[in-house]
Design a protein. Structure first.
Lengths: 186, 398, 596
């Protein structure tokens, strides 16, 4: 695996290479070279099986990270190609010509993260949500709790107490308290 | 009516006036075509999923899968939960074999936090036992279920009874029947109850009988043979193109099995060889699953014979309430009854996962593969094709 | 088509004559013994720590007050209420329960017409399934959600420590501290029991996050003497620790010490970032530089008061310096805490004796308010025959003299009367001095209380024995044998019980069971008294006193005289943490008085 990665590195510059297991390597490739590298891996290195395409939202870096996880059925090992794309203008070259299954992933990414894959078939069709008018729901800044509170109707017959706070109010209400508690009380 | 089930040959004028390919242009305004929806009601369809069919006569010209009826954002919800809290949610992503998802979360968190080798041996054997039991109960529903799609209901009743017996064993071992919540980061949540092996052996003997009976009922059945043979053929060149895995791939001669290719737990210590066939049609897929049924019963016997009598069930790990995992990512996979399942797990150094993404076999099988297979098929065969691909909508929507 | 394929499926008809497999009575099917059904909670054992609520992934659990369960030390008085509209019966709440009180029974049928009934309090709301023994309980076989074992503290061995006064508890390393901090379930039950109500879960969290500067800030919110408390606090918090119900309690004291130890004193000012340069123009006098006085000075200084501490002895610290031996609390650690308080602008005048050098009334006139924390520095005598001999000492006097560097009398055989921490301190100090002087130890401590009810901390007794001192409890002192004006030893009789049925002090003895401890010196350590001689007679009349002879104070430690606040050992305790708490509260009281 190591020599193969070195070979790949000389062809396409790899970053953040992590040997996660003996049979699993993750590496980042520049956006421009990614589809090229994936095609090369599929056609010349026997990584014929697309296991998964996924996306991670690194909101603090302003990046989406796409993952193309490829499996080599002959050597029984996997390589995860990571591609960082801009979060503001998320766009990635479509790979629907490489595998018959990948357009579904791209359709899901579009719905769940708002990533655009120009040319990908049925990209703008609803995948799992219908009539969605919030921000794409898998983004980190979409708050499921807040959404549930405002969309559904809590019965409102429940109330909980924090043990330490409750004991303070019960047992030593006049004790000078910490700055934080003072702020909470106000 | 009976004609239909005995292999019905449509009259010539009912056949489509053109050869159907995925690229065929369909002009709905020509009144030659009709749109019908199959689903999303559950009976007859594998889970709440809809297939939008455009038909001409009995022949399907175009099919589109619609999912979303079960979407509750499980992956997103798990991002909001502590590492230990994730597994009760994860199991809802796959009703047929929930144990696989428990295993993924446990395995991924162990691997990323450096406890992968610390899991006690006894716990790993129990994990294997519960995973094989899950495969068994899935097959007990799946194999006769294929007969059910051709209106052969009796086998389903036998299968459901035997599946209930396995659920009884699950109840005894894990404390629950369907959603077991048994495999947890670091190990499992219970030891093997006293007398479990004997009771399991009783059930396995019943299943041995069933295997013979179902063979006579389905595989020596002219109706089943007529309808299933040559139906919805998967060819080996489709396998990589569409990402086909598991029994669907093995039925057309592509021998891929994670248990053999990338062994996990102690599968390398068990003696088995995944069955394969060459036809790649509905019949072959069902036949492979029937053989897997025999093999799974054998694997459970092997596991019960090889596993240690007792031991620790969980390794020492950090306090679950304060558990943080350094930044990292991994992909863990296993062979479920329906094929390769896996989970991409990303951590960012906090006490909650950054992202989890389940790779279920149905994601491809129920969308790109099914849509491709249905073109040109008969409306009456849609259920059979769906069940033979073992589609499971919850794992598509997550 | 094969004829066989047409006929074979008919074999299924064989089932017609088979016995049905249906369950005869599906409504009363007993679930498996491990089945996860409905909740039950042992209300007596539960302490309302809320870990079940914290781990519930569905937010199905609330903590609510329950009739008949009182909020007290170690019990929040809250009990979990479960919402079955959200519960998924995963039983994580059972697996983490610190007291093992929560469980799931194997009952699984419940029909009700009112949905609100499915929100119920297990163990309180009457339910038929509580009588069921079977169901899910916390699994064994090495299954635990947090470590039950405390991380051992490294100490010097008895042989290494016996011949010097070097501190023998080494303190946690980073790795050890983080491992110990990881055991905390952050319930916060301990905070109520701590006299100073320290933010214990918060500073333990700071250790886990390796943010010790934040930890120090949390400590100084409620305790300006963390180095000292991190070593010699009586750690009442650890007695109520929820983790301790099923394993060792958290080592809260050592964790506090770890935070204080790791922050260098030069950085305190920068880390704590407390500005005291703005004075509010008011002045407060504080009598005694012990824990309560220092604490009061610290909090008053933060509020902008000019504080002057009057200390009789040459150095600050009070009983912490002059009562606690150096091997438990090194002087440089006292200095570290005291110096930070001095950096805030607090002034200490050493060698000033209130009552003789300056009258208390004078202080009242010169300052806007006075806080007095003069402590318990007088020894108490057993008053048995022979105590008037010159070689019978009080423990407090000896301890003070050791610190002051005086040459004290150390004979070859010593007996100490008393079973408290002070008795252990003097026994172990004298044992060290004997070792240095004679190369061997012959020091016996005897107490009225038997081993199981000795007031000293258990570890003190164990460590004293490790250091070759003899601890022989359960004897009542009768007389000191004197021959030719010299102490020969101590006569004791067996003590049968110390307290009567009403828990009042009333010792009973077995007069026939006698023992004699030969000794050249006897040390009495049966308690300390306060020295209130600085209060003039007229002044005393203005004050109110409790039945036990203590000065009566209100909630904010204000005495009968408006400008005089009193706190520390003479009011509560005796221990350091009560003193700190008193000083903090008195500071608030003084602020309320002067800023009306």
């Amino acid at each position: 695996m190591k020599s193969f990665i070195e070979k790949l590195n000389s062809k396409y510059v790899l970053q953040e290479v992590v040997y996660q297991r003996d049979d699993l390597v993750f590496a980042a490739i520049k956006k421009e070279n990614a589809i090229d590298a994936i095609t090369y891996l599929r056609d010349y290195e026997d990584f014929t099986h697309l296991v998964l395409m996924s996306c991670v939202d690194w909101i603090e870096d302003g990046k989406y990270q796409l993952l193309y996880l490829l499996h080599n059925p002959i050597l029984k090992n996997d390589i995860g190609i990571k591609v960082y794309i801009d979060r503001e203008n998320p766009e990635m070259v479509s790979a629907h010509h490489l595998w018959k299954s990948i357009w579904t992933y791209q359709r899901e990414m579009h719905e769940a993260f708002g990533i655009v894959f120009p040319g990908s078939p049925r990209l703008k069709e609803n995948f799992v949500v219908e009539g969605w008018d919030e921000i794409p729901f898998m983004r980190r800044d979409f708050d499921t709790h807040e959404y549930a509170e405002k969309t559904y109707f809590p019965r409102g017959n429940r109330k909980s107490n924090d043990p330490a706070e409750y004991m303070r109010k019960k047992l030593y209400p006049s004790q000078p308290v910490t700055a934080k508690q003072r702020k909470d009380d106000k | 009516m009976i004609n239909k089930f005995l292999g019905f040959t449509p009259k010539k004028e009912m056949l489509p006036s053109q050869t159907v390919t995925p690229d065929t242009e369909i002009d709905l305004s020509s009144h030659k075509y009709q749109k019908i929806w199959l689903g999303p009601n559950h009976p007859g369809v594998t889970g709440n999923m809809a297939v939008e069919l455009t038909v001409q006569g009995n022949t399907i010209m175009k099919a589109q899968t619609h999912v979303g009826y079960l979407h509750r954002g499980f992956e997103k919800l798990i991002e909001r939960r502590l590492f230990v809290q994730g597994f009760p949610t994860s199991i809802r992503m796959c009703v047929a074999e929930p144990d696989t998802n428990e295993y993924f979360i446990a395995r991924a968190t162990e691997e990323l936090s450096g406890y992968a080798d610390a899991v006690p041996e006894y716990a790993n054997w129990l994990r294997m036992l519960s995973l094989e039991m899950a495969r068994l109960q899935g097959l007990l529903r799946g194999v006769p279920g294929q007969g059910g799609t051709f209106a052969l209901g009796i086998g389903v009743q036998w299968g459901v009874y035997l599946r209930d017996l396995i659920l009884d064993r699950f109840e005894e071992l894990t404390g629950a029947r369907v959603y077991h919540m048994f495999i947890i980061a670091g190990g499992v949540r219970g030891n093997l109850p006293e007398g479990f092996k004997a009771r399991m052996e009783d059930n396995l003997r019943d299943i041995d009988d069933f295997i013979v009976k179902i063979k006579k009922l389905m595989f020596h059945n002219s109706i089943f043979k007529t309808r299933a043979k040559g139906l919805a053929v998967i060819t080996p060149d489709m396998v990589d193109k569409f990402g086909i895995v598991g029994t669907n791939a093995r039925a057309c001669g592509v021998k891929r099995d994670v248990r053999k290719d990338n062994p996990y737990l102690y599968y390398d210590q068990l003696d088995f060889d995944p069955p394969t066939a060459t036809d790649g049609d509905v019949y072959a897929r069902t036949w492979i699953r029937w053989q897997e049924l025999i093999q799974t019963v054998d694997l459970i016997r092997q596991i019960m014979a090889k596993m240690p009598e007792t031991g620790d069930i969980r390794c020492k790990m950090p306090n679950v309430l304060n558990w943080k995992i350094p930044k990292g990512e991994t992909y863990v996979r296993l062979e479920s009854g329906r094929g390769e399942m896996g989970m991409y797990y990303v951590t960012d150094g906090s006490d909650k996962p950054r992202r989890i993404n389940l790779r279920g076999p149905s994601y491809n099988h129920a969308i790109s593969v099914l849509e491709h297979m249905l073109i040109g098929a008969d409306v009456a065969d849609v259920h059979a094709i769906m069940v033979s691909l073992q589609t499971c909508p919850p794992e598509i929507e997550r | 088509m094969n004829i066989k394929d047409i006929l074979t499926p008919f074999t299924a008809w064989a089932n017609v004559v088979k016995e049905p497999v249906t369950i005869k009575d599906p409504f009363n099917r007993e679930a498996a013994p491990r089945y996860r059904g409905f909740h039950d909670n042992d209300i007596e054992a539960c302490i309302g720590c809320g870990t079940c609520e914290a781990i519930c992934e569905n937010q199905a659990i609330d903590l609510i007050p329950v009739d008949g369960v009182e909020t007290k030390d170690g019990d929040s008085g809250l009990r979990p209420q479960v919402d079955y509209g959200r519960c998924c019966w995963c039983a994580l709440c059972v697996d983490i329960c610190t007291t093992d009180s929560l469980r799931l029974t194997n009952e699984y049928t419940w029909i009700d017409t009112d949905p609100d009934n499915f929100i119920f309090t297990p163990g309180v709301t009457p339910k038929s399934w509580y009588k069921k023994e079977e169901g899910w309980r916390k699994p064994g076989n090495g299954y635990e959600f947090y470590s039950k074992e405390r991380v051992d503290m490294e100490e010097l061995h008895a042989e290494e420590r016996i011949d010097s006064f070097i501190e023998f508890v080494k303190g946690y390393s980073k790795e050890q501290a983080e491992k110990e901090a990881d055991r905390c379930v952050s319930c916060g039950i301990c905070t109520a029991t701590c006299p100073a109500h320290m933010g214990i879960p918060e500073y333990i969290k700071a250790i886990r996050n390796d943010d010790l500067e934040e930890g120090l800030r949390v400590l100084y919110e409620t305790n300006p003497l963390p180095e000292i408390c991190g070593r010699i606090c009586t750690h009442k918090c650890e007695d109520v620790c929820s983790v301790g119900h099923n394993g060792d309690p958290l080592s809260i004291r050592w964790l506090k010490r770890y935070i204080a130890d790791q922050n260098p004193s030069e950085k305190y000012k920068e880390i704590l970032n407390q500005d005291t340069s703005k004075s509010n123009g008011k002045k407060v006098a504080i009598i005694g530089a012990g824990p309560s006085g220092l604490s009061a000075a610290y909090y008053l200084a933060l509020l902008g008061y000019e504080c002057t501490i009057f200390e009789k002895l040459p150095e600050a610290g009070g009983m912490m310096r002059y009562g606690i031996p150096e091997y438990r609390l090194p002087y440089d650690q006292i200095d570290k805490d005291v110096n930070y308080i001095l950096e805030l602008g607090v002034e200490i005048k050493y060698g000033v004796n209130i009552g003789t050098d300056i009258k208390l009334e004078q202080l009242g006139k010169d300052f806007d308010a006075v806080f007095s924390g003069t402590g318990l520095h007088l020894g108490r005598s057993t008053r048995i025959p022979g105590t008037d001999n010159e070689n019978v000492y009080f423990a407090t006097d000896l301890l003070r003299e050791i610190v002051l560097g005086k040459d004290i009398y150390v004979p070859e055989k010593i007996v100490v009367i008393g079973g408290g921490n002070v008795a252990m301190d003097i026994t172990r100090s004298l044992a060290r001095l004997q070792q240095i002087k004679y190369g061997k130890v012959d020091c016996t401590a005897t107490s009225l209380e038997s081993e199981d009810i000795m007031p000293a901390d258990r570890e003190e007794v164990v460590e004293a024995r490790e250091e070759s001192a003899i601890v022989d409890p359960g004897w009542g002192p009768k007389s000191i044998e004197i021959e030719n004006g010299k102490v020969k030893g101590l006569n004791v009789v067996k003590c049968l019980s110390v307290f009567d049925e009403n828990h009042a002090f009333s010792p009973k003895f077995d007069e026939d069971n006698k023992k004699f401890f030969p000794a050249d010196m006897v040390v009495e350590s049966i308690g300390q008294g306060m020295d209130l001689s600085y209060l003039s007679k007229e002044f005393k009349e203005k004050l109110k006193f409790t039945e036990r002879g203590r000065i009566k104070v209100d909630e904010y430690f204000q005495s009968g005289v408006e400008w005089l606040f009193v706190g520390g050992d003479i009011i509560e305790g005796p221990d350091v943490i009560h003193g700190i708490a008193n000083g903090h509260k008195a500071a608030v009281g003084i602020d309320n008085l002067l800023n009306k």
